[in-house]
Ligand binder design. Structure first.
Ligand SMILES: [Fe+2]
Length: 263
């Protein structure tokens, strides 16, 4: 674990579960990737948002109990992560992976990744159910218990998030099959469009934006939408659940900041 740009030694959301480096695709930070690696590069950004998200939950779930008034918002923040992770995998299985099969002409090319999704399904269900019970008061919130649940599935999930990048890395063999850069751009735009629901704009989008560090390996602004549209979306929707985003590792501009309960 390292400190944030603020220079403090407090643990930050780049651990305990490691972020995925663009080096795993064979590139240096800031280097333009080959078109057939566009989806892999995009997926690294998304997976890193998910990893920062669970790291920020993991690092604060016990200490947040010191401020009982903050616990309900923290539960909402942690629940959002579970829901977004689930939605990410559903999108892949129902939509992105079938398109990849159709383009490459290789049935089952992403199957190993779908199998991996099942390996952490139970743990994720337990995580979601526990947070739901804590939210409704059926169970008392216990950060140590939440941490144990995360420990039960996170190593398997982390491996999946890394392995999926390696599956996509091998797409150089399909480089002539389509314009991969265009396909990735269109696919990312479709995902953003699908997020434009009442809940998506006030939960999914702000969660991901507050978990994307713009400076990390020169990733830059994300998601890929025009800056004036992004500005308006933030203005309209990011205030709604702002008490949840206090637990996130970045501000709404993607700048790293200290986690309030990671001491
Ligand atoms: Fe993925």
């Amino acid at each position: 674990m390292t400190s944030t740009e603020n220079g403090t030694s407090r643990p930050w959301a780049d651990g305990p579960f490691d972020l995925i480096s663009i080096a795993s695709l064979g590139y240096k930070p800031g280097e333009t990737v080959e078109p057939y690696h566009s989806m892999a590069a995009e997926m690294i950004i998304v997976h890193n948002c998910l990893i920062r998200g669970i790291n920020s939950v993991y690092l604060q779930c016990v200490n947040v109990e010191r401020s009982s008034a903050s616990v309900p918002a923290f539960i909402k923040y942690a629940s959002s992560w579970g829901q977004i992770l689930h939605a990410h995998h559903i999108t892949e299985e129902k939509w992105i992976f079938p398109e990849i099969e159709a383009i490459t002409g290789e049935k089952g090319v992403m199957d190993v990744n779908v199998q991996q999704h099942h390996a952490f399904e139970e743990g994720l269900k337990e995580y979601t159910a526990y947070l739901q019970n804590a939210e409704t008061g059926k169970e008392k919130y216990d950060g140590a218990k939440l941490k144990n649940i995360i420990n039960s599935f996170m190593p398997v999930l982390w491996q999946h998030l890394q392995d999926e990048i390696l599956t996509l890395k091998a797409f150089d063999k399909y480089k002539e099959k389509t314009d991969w850069a265009k396909w990735t751009k269109d696919t990312a735009a479709k995902v953003v469009k699908a997020t434009q629901t009442a809940a998506g704009m006030v939960v999914d989008l702000p969660f991901m934006v507050h978990n994307h560090e713009v400076a990390f390996e020169q990733a830059g602004s994300w998601p890929p939408i025009p800056s004036f549209v992004f500005f308006i979306l933030k203005f309209l929707y990011f205030g709604k659940n702002s008490d949840w985003w206090q637990f996130a590792p970045c501000d709404k501009s993607g700048k790293a900041r200290d986690l309030p309960y990671a001491l």
